[in-house]
Design a protein around this ligand. Structure first.
Ligand code: GLA
Length: 726
């Protein structure tokens, strides 16, 4: 890891990747290179990024400059309206009314460590683990833009964010301010991204880049089910385990956009950040604005190599607090067991059946507050429903703890039901636009999280609940998206700020709660995995992956989620069969094997199960305790996800244990099943304690495990453990 500045050229090196840029004679910051780490050397236009041809439709900069034309040059942070016709990273309206920006280099600083981003989640690093470069660029309006880069010592990771400051004497309105822009000299890439919908989140899609623009985005005020704030450029001939891949992951949970553009010369630009649509931000003289962070990962080991870097980075430098390094509790959640129809006795019946099997925590889901017998009312009224819990939360929690279990509780803090005491008292607390009725979704509106009084109310209600009983876990849900995004407190000229101010308010509340309750385990949720993003992971080390708990469906959902997110972040539960979403029948074993691909738990009425099912659950739990540290800290390999089977592998950090999950989805008459493993030591020997067979790593990786003999039928699964024996 190093950052140097020689002959007006910056060279940032993380372990495995380099980014090179050059200050030109008239102060532009030109992009020269991003990719595999380069050795020390003399890097400039002539040796790394020769200037491309130009003509009358490619304007020259006002001063003679080695760039020749901003319309063809690779730019580090391209500006709107001053000669670069491709999508720009920044547009800002100054006193002259134009959104044009022209940024020129002023100064820079290089230092050890990584700064936090005020008010926003971000990766973190100790001084010895990363170096940071800040480059100040200035426009004649007094707009100073600081480009902030951090290179990590142990990972091929470079993070980027941007700070804008108004050092002029007039208001400047930011119309777009992306967190990163990255130019590549070719378009020899496919675009990989994760799309989906409710109950079908994060399906990988790989398509060729096309001339002109492609865009992955959300306008929902949330990252959303439909697109994830992630995209990768994958070299045409790269695959799961081979070739070059460039990942871009945005640490943000609100409306985002990732745009690509291939220009007429075949160059590619990719931009990531807050969605410019509907966004605007006024900077008064002296004010600053910080963007979220883009995490750029370079891999020369295919998509899998990129994923493993994201997994390690997010497990160790994004997830924080005591739960980063601790085994998560094995949970039983009552949602699919009871839905809204429960009382204390029913919950305790479930707990009494669960505790002896080793389940460690009962999570009481939606319905414990207000008059919440269905989803038509009461969000915002965070007071216990005396009909369901006449003895209060303290009593329920005491009874659970007497059984040796911890307690978790469900909240949906950002919401307000029109039918609630809170809404009757404070209709102005909902997001709203003057003269327009609010659009309901699931009979609820969204609170205006940009308001301090709303944040204070929620802090007071949630801390009150968490203090009145021993509650170790909160499931933080979010079951609709934002519409009529306006705040009753802000003037008209600031209404375009509300979407981002909402996120700042949410993050501030989460931060305040975690400071007050540092041991609290938060699980994120949004109608399943509708807000499964790095921003939320900073606060909640695990997120409910999907409302679809069918193990066969989950194979694809967990496969896609693992493209960016570590297995420990994917909350995965064994639910009832037939499955409530699909009606599909699967064995308890199959449901267990699939749920063990993430942070494990149960979500069914365990009190209704037979003794043999209960003893199978006790076995699963014993197994999971052994596997949990491997799942949390190990290296994850996606082996397959086809209509015939799904398979994955986790190799423990010390290389001594290998877990392989395999699910036979559809049996064929000719049913040869060979599974080649990855990430082993060729020459080491691995024992399968179940069969007594010993394999070499080479045989497992190149010959493969022959699973044909197991004769697995449709929807049957197996979890294989291998132990290194020399
Ligand atoms: C969302 C969640 C579910 C459950 C319900 C409760 O849909 O994803 O797990 O908590 O809300 O209303």
């Amino acid at each position: 890891m190093s950052i140097t500045f020689e002959n007006k050229t910056f060279h940032l090196r993380s372990s495995g990747s380099s980014l090179v840029m050059q200050v030109t004679s008239s102060g532009y910051l030109a992009h020269l290179y991003y990719g595999h780490a380069l050795p020390d050397g003399d890097y400039r236009f002539e040796t790394l990024a020769p200037v491309l041809p130009q003509g009358s439709f490619f304007p020259n900069p006002p001063q003679e400059d080695e760039l020749v034309s901003l319309a063809t040059a690779m730019m580090e942070y391209p500006c709107y309206g001053t000669g670069d016709f491709r999508p720009s990273a920044i547009a800002a309206v100054g006193a002259d009314g134009s959104p044009a920006v022209d940024l020129r280099y002023v100064s820079h600083r290089i230092y050890a460590g990584k700064p936090a981003i005020p008010g926003l989640p971000a990766t973190y690093a100790a001084e010895q683990d990363a170096d940071t470069l800040e480059i100040d660029m200035q426009d004649h309006t007094g707009l100073v833009v600081t480009l902030i880069y951090t290179a990590f010592r142990d990972y091929p990771v470079i993070t980027r964010s941007v700070r804008a400051e108004n050092r002029g004497s007039h208001t400047i309105t930011l119309e777009r301010i992306y967190s990163s822009a990255t130019d590549f000299p070719t378009s020899n890439y496919d675009l990989l991204h994760l799309w989906g919908s409710w109950a079908m989140e994060r399906t990988p899609e790989r398509t060729p880049l096309t001339h002109g623009g492609q865009r992955i985005s959300s306008l929902r005020g949330s990252s959303g089910h439909i697109h994830n704030p992630f995209a990768a450029l994958v070299e045409k001939d790269a695959s799961e385990e081979m070739g070059e891949v460039f990942g871009f992951s945005l640490v943000y949970s609100g409306s985002f956009a990732i745009e690509t553009e291939v220009d007429s010369l075949g160059q590619t630009r990719i931009l990531c950040g807050i969605n410019p649509d509907g966004f605007g931000w006024q900077l008064q003289p002296g004010e600053k604005f910080d963007t979220p962070e883009t995490v750029m990962v370079y891999s020369d080991q295919g998509i899998g190599g990129m994923s493993r870097t994201y997994h390690k980075l997010y497990s160790r430098h994004l997830i924080r607090g005591p739960w980063r390094d601790r085994d998560r509790p094995i949970i039983i959640n009552n949602w699919e067991a009871t839905y809204f129809g429960f009382n204390e006795e029913k919950l305790l019946e479930i707990a009494r059946a669960a505790a002896p099997l080793g389940i460690e925590m009962l999570v009481m889901d939606d319905g414990w507050f207000g008059r919440r017998d269905d989803d038509h009312s009461s969000l915002g009224d965070w007071y216990v429903d005396q009909n369901k819990l006449p003895l209060g939360l303290g009593h329920l929690s005491d009874e659970l703890h007497k059984l040796g279990m911890q307690m978790g509780i469900w909240f949906e803090p950002e919401m307000i039901s029109p039918d609630s005491d809170l809404y009757r008292a404070h209709p102005d607390w909902a997001l709203q636009l003057p003269g327009r009725p609010n659009s309901p979704a699931r009979w609820q509106y969204v609170l205006d999280m940009s308001r301090q009084d709303v944040q204070d109310y929620l802090f007071e209600r949630i801390s009150d609940i968490l203090s009145c009983a021993k509650i170790e876990y909160v499931k933080w849900d979010f079951n609709r998206n934002l519409t009529e995004v306006g705040s009753a407190l802000l003037p008209p000229e600031r209404q375009k700020e509300v979407g981002h101010r909402y996120m700042l308010g949410l993050y501030a509340l989460l931060e305040r709660l975690l400071n007050a309750f540092p041991d609290l385990l938060l699980e994120g949720c949004s109608g399943g995995g509708g807000r499964f993003d790095p921003g939320m992971l900073y606060y909640s080390p695990q997120i409910w992956t999907s409302d679809d708990t069918d193990p066969i469906e989950r194979l694809t959902i967990q496969y896609g989620t693992s493209i960016v997110y570590p297995p420990s972040s994917m909350s995965a539960h064994v639910s009832a069969s037939p499955n409530h979403q699909t009606g599909r029948v699967t064995s308890l074993n199959t449901r267990g094997v699939v749920a063990m691909g993430g942070s494990f738990g149960y979500e069914l009425d365990i009190s209704k199960l037979s003794d043999s099912e209960k003893s199978e659950i006790a076995d699963q739990i014993r197994q999971y305790h052994e596997y949990a540290p491997i799942i949390r800290d190990g290296s994850y390999y996606r082996l397959m996800n086809s209509h015939e089977a799904g398979a994955w592998e986790i190799v423990s950090d010390d290389g001594k244990t290998v877990l392989v999950g395999y699910v036979s989805v559809l049996v064929r008459v000719v049913n040869v099943r060979i599974l080649k493993l990855r990430g082993l030591d060729e020459n080491a020997r691995y024992l399968d304690p179940a069969s007594g067979l010993v394999y070499t790593g080479g045989a497992l990786m190149h010959g493969g495990l022959n699973l044909s003999l197991l004769n697995l039928r449709d929807r049957e699964a197996v979890m294989i453990k291998l132990v290194r024996v020399d």
